[in-house]
Design a protein around this ligand. Structure first.
Ligand SMILES: *[C@@H]1O[C@H](CO)[C@@H](O)[C@H](O)[C@H]1NC(C)=O
Ligand SMILES: [Cu+2]
Length: 189
């Protein structure tokens, strides 16, 4: 009798375990989306047609996602300020890490880096690859530029970046976003 009850208990337990919702590893790194409408995702490609992000001037609503894809050879994305290109804005600036992709492979990185846009303030970013001085050579961009003030335009920022003499800075660790398996490996080609 006792054994039967115990067996029933175990069966119930395993049924419950089975019924528990499963999450994929990529979902588990993202904030819960269950009570929101699907988010808009803006795709940005690093390294297509040379040292640039495409697009490099993005308008994105708060709550949307910007998803960086990386083509050959070895790019990254870091948040900077307008005034100091090629350097992390502060200790909390996002950093994707580097994405080495063999040149001529016809592929993009197996992972992407996503950030969430939290408000309408401009977000400046650059690639921190010093081998070839990517930031100084044009690999900078902005989300939600202030179009009313040309003193703070992407063009003005790129001019400043050209003049940066020292190397670009990185953060110690990947932070400020989600490095996840590439959900759209054809995006950007
Ligand atoms: C990619 O670039 C980073 C930064 O320059 C470097 O540390 C890393 O070794 C590079 N990886 C490859 C595979 O070239
Ligand atoms: Cu780069």
């Amino acid at each position: 009798m006792l054994t039967t009850t115990f067996t029933t208990f175990l069966l119930t337990l395993s049924a419950l375990t089975f019924a528990a919702p499963t999450t994929t590893s990529s979902d588990s790194k993202l904030p819960s989306r269950s009570h929101h409408a699907p988010r808009t995702t803006h795709t940005v490609v690093a390294g297509r047609s040379g040292l640039q992000f495409q697009p490099d001037n993005i308008v994105a609503e708060p709550g949307s996602i910007v998803e960086f894809h990386f083509l050959p050879a070895n790019h990254s994305v870091v948040e900077s300020s307008f005034a100091k290109p090629c350097q992390p804005k502060d200790h909390s600036s996002f950093f994707s890490g580097f994405f080495p992709v063999p040149a001529g492979s016809g592929k993009q990185s197996a992972e992407v880096f996503q950030i969430e846009v939290r408000d309408k303030k401009p977000i400046w970013f650059y690639c921190a690859q010093n081998n070839g001085r990517h930031c100084q050579s044009g690999m900078t961009g902005v989300i939600n530029q202030n179009f009313d003030n040309q003193a703070f335009s992407l063009r003005a920022h790129k001019e400043k970046a050209k003049g940066v003499e020292g190397p670009s800075g990185v953060q110690a660790n990947v932070q400020g976003g989600w490095r996840i398996p590439n959900p759209q490996p054809q995006a950007g080609f």
